[in-house]
Design a protein. Structure first.
Length: 253
């Protein structure tokens, strides 16, 4: 296995995982079939990881000028294009609409409420209402492209819609010689967790004092620490108490 993280390939990690899980011994060369199976399982694992906020190292915001459409496609090649070789996102983390005709440097953004289900969207009485800038967004996680519904529908060319989504992890590797493009803290997590997933294939279980489960768990905890970002709690205005005054801060609360 290549020690330099900048030159670690998919094949390096797959062969190391086969040794880590106990499928082969030190100094042994795995069969091509075994390496290919590890290769496939690595990609499946990363496809699942990118759906978990605490395992994604950052968020991306994509934008689209409103066209007056009721909905927009989201995913590779869609209206909100996540890029070639990517996967359609499963949900929206946050969203806002920006007014296009604001003065330069003073663009006005309107936050959109995230509707979490189709059932919530179905409660809207007039779904075809056209009246910017919009109040809510619902994303139907269809396949192969998701579809984002903005309500009310922003007028054509007047607003710019912004969707914040989970960043796409690299999960498609053309060959075993492909070099990883990941933050370095992901390498140990991929190694130990892939080794865990390979064990059932070889009918290998855990044993007293087995360090692998703990190492896999700890490596994921390292990813969770920077990946867990809890938004500030915001209470609806109808629930806030009014008329209370703090004499020490000289502010209402």
């Amino acid at each position: 296995m290549i020690v330099d993280p900048q030159n670690t390939t998919v094949g390096d990690l797959c062969r190391a995982a086969l040794k880590e899980c106990g499928a082969i011994g030190v100094g042994q060369t795995p069969l091509a079939e075994d390496v290919n199976d590890a290769w496939a399982r690595l990609q499946w694992m990363l496809m699942q990881w990118e759906k978990k906020r605490w395992l994604v190292y950052h968020l991306v915001t994509l934008s689209k000028i409103s066209t007056g459409a009721r909905s927009y496609t989201v995913g590779p090649g869609g209206d909100f294009d996540t890029g070639t070789g990517s996967n359609r996102p499963a949900k929206v983390s946050s969203a806002y609409v920006r007014q296009q005709f604001s003065s330069p440097g003073n663009a006005v953004d309107y936050q959109l409420e995230i509707l979490q289900s189709m059932e919530d969207y179905n409660w809207i009485t007039i779904k075809g209402l056209v009246a910017g800038p919009g109040e809510a967004v619902f994303m139907d996680s269809d396949w192969p492209l998701a579809r984002a519904y903005i309500w009310p529908i922003p007028q054509n060319s007047i607003y710019e819609i912004h969707l914040t989504l989970y960043s796409q992890l690299q999960f498609q590797f053309a060959t075993l010689a492909t070099v990883f493009d990941f933050p370095y803290e992901y390498y140990a997590a991929m190694l130990y967790n892939l080794a865990q997933r390979l064990r059932p294939k070889y009918r290998l279980g855990t044993y007293p004092g087995d360090p692998l489960p703990g190492m896999a768990k700890d490596s994921l905890a390292v990813l969770r620490l920077p990946g867990t970002q809890v938004t500030k709690l915001r209470m609806p205005s109808t629930l806030r108490r009014r008329g209370l005054y703090n004499i020490f801060s000289d502010r209402p609360y």
